[in-house]
Design a protein around this ligand. Sequence first.
Ligand SMILES: *[C@@H]1O[C@H](CO)[C@@H](O)[C@H](O)[C@H]1NC(C)=O
Ligand SMILES: *[C@@H]1O[C@H](CO)[C@@H](O)[C@H](O)[C@H]1NC(C)=O
Ligand SMILES: *[C@@H]1O[C@H](CO)[C@@H](O)[C@H](O)[C@H]1NC(C)=O
Length: 243
Amino acid sequence: MAVRRAQRTSFATITLILMVLVSVDAASDNNGQYSPCGDTTVARSDGFSLGFAFAGKTSFYFNTTQQLSPCDSRLGLSSSNSLFAIFRPKVDEISLLTVNSTTSLENNGYMVAFAGRKYAARSTPAFVANSTYIVTSFTLALEFQKGRLQNFYWKRDGCAKCSGSSNFVCLNNQDCAIKTSNCKNNGGTVDCSLGIQLAFSGTDKHLQALNSWYEVANLRQYSLYGVYSNLKDSLTNQYNSFF
Ligand SMILES: *[C@@H]1O[C@H](CO)[C@@H](O)[C@H](O)[C@H]1NC(C)=O
Ligand SMILES: *[C@@H]1O[C@H](CO)[C@@H](O)[C@H](O)[C@H]1NC(C)=O
Ligand SMILES: *[C@@H]1O[C@H](CO)[C@@H](O)[C@H](O)[C@H]1NC(C)=O
């Protein structure tokens, strides 16, 4: 009897702990969709899974003109040499995602942000790197309507920030790029990990406004690098001249 009760007690304790964990989790994130290739609608406190695919620009197009989501098997991205990164930021929190790839991005050229399947959204392909240059800083806006992702937009500030820095070259009047020969994986001194700033706009599924985009109406390309104290120094050093 005593043994059984003890067992029951410990079982009850475990159940309680699990419930606490679940309820903590549930209080903040009620979005059960963890795949970036699944559909969902979100509220402000939810997490939201999105992916980034890295591949040659033409790989994102089906039949040369039709841009499909990287989740669409017709693109065959998963069987090619493309790379994927998956993140789960919190809705309406400004986030800085970092991509520290051990595989060179130079062969993969362009990056597309994506989420959803039936309601698939994907960004236009953004130039990341070729053998000469790498663009390491991006700002991406996610636009929701009634909690469903509608669109991704790259926000570009031009090259004002990098025009005076010898590490940087301005590409197409829109992107500050680093010469790949300066990157650590090529024997240089610069950590060429990517940083992607995220902000949210539109409405969640309760029609509450997602404000992070407006709060940072002046969000500049490098705003967040100084804010995240836990960021690797090597990454912030890239931009030290900007602060
Ligand atoms: C590809 O595009 C061509 C020209 O627009 C069209 O005739 C052809 O049917 C398309 N193929 C597929 C598989 O969609
Ligand atoms: C790399 O990209 C830049 C900017 O688009 C371009 O000017 C340059 O010719 C490219 N270099 C190579 C080797 O493709
Ligand atoms: C990226 O990885 C390299 C090698 O592991 C490391 O030295 C560097 O600090 C990392 N950078 C970031 C931003 O995590």
